[in-house]
Ligand binder design. Structure first.
Ligand SMILES: Nc1nc2c(c(=O)[nH]1)N[C@@H](CN(C=O)c1ccc(C(=O)N[C@@H](CCC(=O)O)C(=O)O)cc1)CN2
Ligand SMILES: [Mg+2]
Length: 349
């Protein structure tokens, strides 16, 4: 069998233009073996191409970073338990039967279990009144075993979400959604007690990959209270020059093309095309949507806001969907809960 190796591929063949047997794009640096049909002499031929491809984006592995953070938290939780006999506790309130929310709540409970944080789950029916939810929040506010309280969003439409988030004691507001915490995040010289988990996870990923923020041009797509707005505030606190794009922004691609750091959090699959991205930019994709795919295990695939294959060719680094920002959200929730327990019990050794 013949084997030809090109060390400097003349065709500029980029491995990520090729798909492997499982249909996934091949990684940047790999050896590609091409099997050619059997020749008249009865001997087949394999071409091995070692590609010297131009750089493609580094994949920011949120799942791996989240695992490292969970391991650190687990150590701290057991140290706290051994030293002062306190186990951090997280209360999660889920109202209604939203299937995705139920999955996130289950995942949060599993994550708590995995690091030794005690979790208290309260499932309320869809038709609960706002007063019932407020009463539950108040119960957890006064429960000494609970150091963090989280109301899973979205809430059913008959409830005033803000009223309920306002009721969470700021010392236990591990989601960072209480207006006092958000207000402090927006003010120079003030520190919030907690920062919302998803934006905090985005910034943590940038730090962990040594991606500088100071002086950079950052663009955030989306202005939600949960992600877009706090992400913009956080980037600003890190001395980036920040622009926010929203549904009324004209020609968003002209603005995104100026971004050194682009965070997208709108939930519109593949909205951000390769042509929207400045070469070498860092892309943090917070969007996550289920897209029907009969060939996928559950009949759907998770797709981000950013057209991943196109972006990989332009950006210097990118978070995948799934396994990018999502796992960091839960890791930051555990981290906030531990911080809260330490603060409440003055455990600073
Ligand atoms: N009270 C809150 N409600 C909501 C928040 C929040 O931070 N606090 N954020 C989102 C949902 N969310 C957490 O609640 C969340 C979303 C996604 C993930 C995640 O790990 N995603 C995985 C894929 C998971 C899957 O298979 O479906 C990934 O991206 O890899 C975690 C948490 C809205 N509500
Ligand atoms: Mg979040």
């Amino acid at each position: 069998m013949a084997s030809i190796i090109f060390t400097d591929c003349p065709m500029m063949l980029r491995p990520f233009h090729l798909k492997g047997r499982n249909g996934a794009f091949l990684p940047r640096s790999c050896v590609v073996k091409l099997s050619l049909p059997t020749t008249a002499s009865g001997r087949g031929c394999t071409l091995s191409i070692r590609s010297s491809s131009p750089p493609s984006a580094i994949v920011i592995d949120g799942k791996a970073e989240a695992k490292k953070i969970r391991d650190e938290i687990k150590t701290e939780v057991s140290r706290m338990k051994e030293s002062i006999g306190v186990v951090p506790g997280l209360a999660v309130i889920l109202v209604g039967e939203n299937e995705e929310s139920a999955t996130y709540v289950r995942n949060k409970k599993k994550a708590c279990d995995s690091v030794g944080i005690q979790s208290f789950e309260l499932l309320l029916p869809e038709y609960s009144s706002e007063e019932e939810v407020l009463k539950s929040v108040s119960g957890f506010n006064n429960d000494p075993c609970v150091h963090g309280i989280l109301v899973q969003l979205p809430l059913p439409s008959h409830m005033d979400e803000q009223n309920i988030l306002n009721a969470v004691r700021i010392e236990k507001d591990v989601d960072g959604f209480n207006p006092l915490n958000i207000g402090r995040l927006a003010m120079r010289g003030r520190e919030p007690l907690f920062v919302p988990c998803t934006p905090k996870g985005c910034i943590e990923l940038l730090h962990r990959y040594n991606i500088g923020i100071k002086g950079k041009r950052a663009v955030v797509i989306g202005r939600s209270n949960i992600v877009g707005m706090p992400a913009a505030l956080l980037l600003q606190r890190e001395d980036a020059t920040v622009s926010i794009i929203h549904s009324r922004t004209n020609n968003p691609e002209e603005i995104t093309r100026q971004a050194d750091i682009l965070i997208s959090a709108v939930g519109k699959p593949n909205m951000v095309r390769g042509s929207w991205i400045k070469p070498g930019a860092v892309i943090i994709d917070v969007g996550i949507k289920r897209v029907e795919d009969p060939s996928a295990p559950h009949g759907y695939r998770l797709v981000g806001d950013v057209c991943y294959e196109e972006a990989c060719r332009v950006a210097s680094a990118i978070t995948p969907v799934p396994a990018g920002v999502g796992p960091m959200t839960i890791a930051m929730l555990l981290s906030n809960t531990l911080t809260s327990a330490k603060r409440i019990h003055n455990f600073f050794q």
